[in-house]
Design a protein around this ligand. Structure first.
Ligand code: NAD
Length: 379
């Protein structure tokens, strides 16, 4: 039987687990058994006893997981775990399969080391955003959680309420929320802010987002800069260059100044996030306003953002949360686990591993095989 290993996550502050007990039986059906490091699911709310109940084996040490498993499932592997990820290289074996987030754009050195060990690695960040890959799309799952949580963070720091209320003590006006970047996180932020009763506006450079923004009851802010040109063939935004961003900032200034809350999510894969909110623009906001910069880990959409910190300037709080999905570990793990299980079902059939590189989902995520870097992102 093929053995699938689930080690504890070692990145500081990481609370998620790559596989939850509910998905253990899915692997049984594929002809695989699960080995879990004791305590791996604890922080996410999944105790060892639940894994055992579903038929997984619990082992005491990380070494036991790596030495026995044919396939290792992680949330943050290699470059996605810049603190501890390197240590796992010593534990990996020739021919072993490694699946997880790996930050492939930033961690080429580590990935080269893994290639040299003969490990077959798949980076889930590189999943194509196609309908067939949707059930495996970990980026969308985690972005959904981040978009939701960003609104709750903003609401808890704003000295105002979100909904409009008519009370005996007078009328409370609704908060004005502006969402920059209407991808998966942005759309979830819009929906969450609307559920709390805010008046929501949103902006994206991809014109296709206008309809999605409006279908959630928000107003799309048109700057006249949105263009089909801004979208690459995979649906991602392109890097538009500093002159474009300068014009964009100029035109965003008024909307930012009118907003109580700005949630920014703009990002370009493999690049530093564009700076769309300058210090000057922050200065123009009302005291008490809040910016939640979900791009903090990618350098930030606001010039004043510091990852993992709350910066207060001109009476405005600029919040740069990091690893937001780990603050909702139960559901983040549930979604991640379902996604990775669906991904594994392409690799494992009737108790055998078959890497079919004619499948675009496998070929686009494969980073290393036969001692080499195999992905076109390294060309
Ligand atoms: P992302 O996290 O890469 O970026 C977030 C958003 O920021 C994007 O909408 C992007 O257009 C926007 N952005 C970038 N630069 C900007 C700028 N200068 N100003 C304003 N906005 C800017 O995006 P994502 O959420 O991962 O989505 C990427 C693409 O994948 C989208 O086209 C999305 O619709 C698509 N998608 C498809 C599927 C599917 O079909 N299975 C699933 C999820 C996402």
């Amino acid at each position: 039987m093929i053995k699938i290993g689930v080690p504890k996550e070692t990145y500081p502050g990481e609370t998620r687990v790559a596989l939850i007990p509910a998905n253990v039986p899915n692997f049984k059906k594929m002809g695989a058994e699960i080995i879990v490091e004791s305590g791996a699911g604890e922080k996410a709310g999944y105790p060892d006893s639940e894994y055992l109940e579903k038929g997984a084996q619990i082992v005491k040490s990380r070494e036991e997981v790596f030495s026995n498993a044919d396939v290792i499932l992680q949330v943050r592997a290699l470059g996605a775990n810049p603190v501890e990820g390197k240590k796992d290289i010593a534990l990996l074996k020739n021919g072993q399969i490694l699946i997880g987030f790996m930050e492939p754009f930033l961690a080429k050195d580590l990935i080269e080391e893994v290639a040299q060990k003969g490990v077959i690695s798949f980076a889930l960040e590189l999943l194509p955003r196609t309908s067939r890959a949707q059930s495996m799309d970990v980026l969308s799952s985690m972005a959904t959680i981040s978009g939701y949580k960003a609104v709750l963070i903003a609401a808890s720091y704003l000295p105002k309420m979100f909904p409009m209320l008519t009370t005996a003590a007078g009328t409370i006006l609704p908060a004005n929320v502006f969402v920059i970047g209407a991808g998966v996180a942005g759309l979830q932020a819009i929906a969450t802010a609307r559920r709390l009763g805010a008046v929501v506006r949103a902006y994206d450079i991809r014109p296709a987002t206008k309809q999605e923004v409006e279908s959630l009851g928000a107003k799309f802010v048109e700057l006249g800069l949105e263009s089909q040109e801004a979208e690459d063939k995979r649906g991602y935004a392109k890097d538009m260059g500093e002159e474009f961003y300068r014009r964009q900032r100029e035109m965003l200034t008024k909307v930012v100044a009118e907003s109580d809350v700005v949630i920014s999510t703009a990002s370009v894969p493999g690049k530093k996030a564009p700076v769309l909110i300058t210090e000057e623009m922050v200065k123009g906001m009302k005291p008490g306003s809040v910016i939640v910069d979900l791009s903090a880990e990618r350098g930030g959409n606001c010039e004043l953002t510091k990852p993992g910190e709350i910066v207060e300037k001109y009476g405005v709080k600029i919040i740069g949360p990091v690893n937001v999905p780990a603050t909702v570990p139960y559901h983040a793990s549930q979604m991640y686990s379902k996604n990775i299980t669906n991904f594994c079902s392409l690799l494992i059939k009737n108790g055998e591993i078959n890497i079919n590189l004619n499948d675009d989902i496998l070929s686009s995520t494969l980073l290393t095989k036969d001692g080499k870097l195999t992905n076109s992102i390294f060309d």
